[in-house]
Design a protein around this ligand. Sequence first.
Ligand code: CTP
Length: 368
Amino acid sequence: MHIYKVGGAVRDRLLGRPVSDIDWLVVGATVEEMHAKGYRPVGADFPVFLHPTTGEEYALARTERKSGRGYGGFTFHASPDVTLEEDLIRRDLTINAMAEDEAGVLYDPYHGKNDLDQRLLRHVSPAFAEDPLRVLRVARFAARYAPLGFRVAGETLELMRQISASGELQALTAERSWKEIERALMEAQPQVFFQVLQACGALPELLPELEDDTQALVALEQAALHEQPLHVRWACLLHGLAPASIKAVNQRLKAPRECQELALLTGECLAQGNQALALPAMALLELLQKFDVYRRPQRFEDFLVACQMTAFGEGKAGYPQADYLRGAAAAARAVDVKPLVQAGLTGQALGEALKAERLEALEVYQRS
Ligand code: CTP
């Protein structure tokens, strides 16, 4: 049995990037031998094991053939006679199809090292097309390695075009697509992910709402430059869409609740945020209420940052509305409910009195 380090760990070591998790490939072993050595199987019908002490993943060398549409439609053939080259050829990109043995010797039958040096994302073989998720993976790697000067090879982009045109992307589950989108959003240049999807015709398949949206990517770029968290990046990406479209995208991709919520609120309230300095006190109050700023102050703060990123994306140097709205929120939040309760107010009457006091506080704030 021969054991090799494969995939991202080899790639990132050669790029001088930190290696987070290591995938191992086992050539020349049977399932029984793996059991006998104490490896624990990950699933019943998948030839992947966990190391008895390190917990790292060890996969038996395998070949794969697509037997139907979608992710479930795969037949695996794992046996001791599957060679290293046969296992590597089914992988997505040449830079992901390198292996390293225990002595640190590099095995690179598909010239991944050369493509790393040329800064090229190139598919290994026509087997690339067997998993349409790879269209998103390539776009994600393009976003991650854009600062290093990587680009998608022409022939790979062409293949991605064919996959997009075939309608196969529709077979991806929301969970798998979102996982890629989420990781892409957190990369250094997430806008490149969407640019690559646009270039290969995948954007109309996955996110048709964004097709003619020129502001989405510049806002996202700003959010990444300012190292904003996932939900702020998501809100920036969708900020220009109508609320109904934001809802549709959120639901179709099953985005996490925090992302869904902030994107929708941002889409609904961005215009008011931008006009904050001219809003009457009542409109300010309604904006604060809508965000439930009294119980969810961080969500309002995230909204202000998202607005600011979209303004930066439009070339504005600053966003004075943010500090103004922070001040307004502080003024409204400073209203003390206790005296009203002590005065015997409850229910609707208490709500109305509180609202009136907050309105007054906002008017004072506006005059100050
Ligand atoms: N792989 C593939 N096609 C996929 C998913 C994975 O060919 N759809 C192969 C690639 O060889 C990849 C390896 O399996 O390098 C491990 O996959 P994964 O852990 O998802 O990605 P990494 O390449 O390790 O990249 P990342 O740094 O993004 O985790």
